[in-house]
Design a protein around this ligand. Structure first.
Ligand SMILES: [Zn+2]
Length: 53
């Protein structure tokens, strides 16, 4: 599943894939991502995350 995150460095919106997992398969795991625009490495916020349409 993909989620929307704003880059913490430049504010550009990123669509990032997060793997599904956990006992009920209802958790998503994503520690950080690299911004496609500026290349900055960003930690994902605690949530809730915004699903990408
Ligand atoms: Zn950026």
């Amino acid at each position: 599943m993909e989620f929307l995150f704003d880059c913490g460095w430049c504010g550009t919106e990123n669509v990032v894939f997060a793997a599904r997992g956990g006992f009920w398969n209802n958790r998503f795991y994503l520690d950080d991502f690299d911004c496609w625009w500026c290349g900055g490495n960003c930690d994902t916020p605690a949530g809730p995350w915004t699903p990408a349409e």
